[in-house]
Design a protein around this ligand. Structure first.
Ligand code: DX5
Ligand code: ZN
Length: 236
């Protein structure tokens, strides 16, 4: 089942708990937290103390997207803060396999992220050990950017590899996921739909989350129908 993953980067930071509750009422089922260090990406945001505070106000999984160098140094702190999922960038980890192991050793779900310019093929070796793969459909660093269309090919490729290799990682997409793009992202095969500005910018997160989730569910039904028909055609 597809899930809507509101990204609090576009929320009002002075009332994060209220914003999260509203997005949750609208159907958001995982909370995406963007951790930026001003070094790997040209922006600064939040760290483990914010995760720790948010842990007290929601029981939803906290999906931490680390856009930082030296991720290893902070894994224990994120675990103590109550993070559930930790995604690290392929481009920021010199020893990616070790970092993913470290995340799992701390009781969290490990995930890998790729930037728009990074090929899906580079992930083959680590696919069996990740909870999800995060496809960046904008260059990381800021909310409100335009969706990069070739990301759809990468989502399709990851869905194909998952079937071919008999794996069960989930496919998450982040950046420019909004009312005009969410259906095509789901049709391509994404399961976890991160949306920041589309949920929060209007000031009505509950309403927007509900609309986006409805669009995603409809696209998912279409996708399931198409898969069914192609399986039937293959059987003939
Ligand atoms: C960007 C972040 C995203 C951001 C997406 O670097 O990783 O999670 O919040 O924002 P929108 O949905 O506005 O593109
Ligand atoms: Zn993100």
């Amino acid at each position: 089942m597809v899930e809507l993953v509101p990204s609090i980067l576009s929320a009002d930071f002075s009332k994060l708990a209220v914003e999260i509750e509203a997005a949750e009422r609208g159907g958001g089922s995982v909370i995406h937290i963007d951790i930026m260090d001003g070094h790997f990406v040209p922006n600064l945001t939040m760290g483990p103390p914010v995760v720790k505070s948010l842990r007290k106000v929601t029981s939803l999984p906290l999906d931490c997207h680390l856009m930082i160098d030296n991720a290893d140094k902070f894994i224990a702190e994120f675990a103590e803060a109550g993070a559930n999922w930790i995604a690290v960038h392929y481009e920021a980890c010199r020893h990616l396999h070790r970092t993913l192991q470290l995340i799992a050793q701390h009781g969290m779900e490990p995930a890998v992220v790729i930037n728009p310019a990074t090929r899906v093929d580079f992930l083959i070796e680590v696919l069996p050990m990740v909870h999800h793969v995060l496809v960046m459909s904008v260059n990381p660093g800021f909310g409100g950017q335009k969706f990069i269309p070739f990301s759809l090919d990468k989502i399709r490729q990851l869905a194909g590899l998952r079937a071919e290799l008999n794996l069960n990682y989930r496919i998450e997409v982040d950046g420019g996921v909004a009312h005009d793009t969410i259906a095509s992202v789901v049709e391509a095969g994404a399961d976890l739909l991160v949306a920041g500005s589309a949920v929060f910018d209007s000031g009505h997160p509950e309403r927007e989350a509900r609309v986006l989730l409805k669009m995603a569910r409809e696209a998912e039904q279409q996708r399931q129908g198409q898969n069914f028909h192609s399986r039937q055609a293959a059987a003939i």
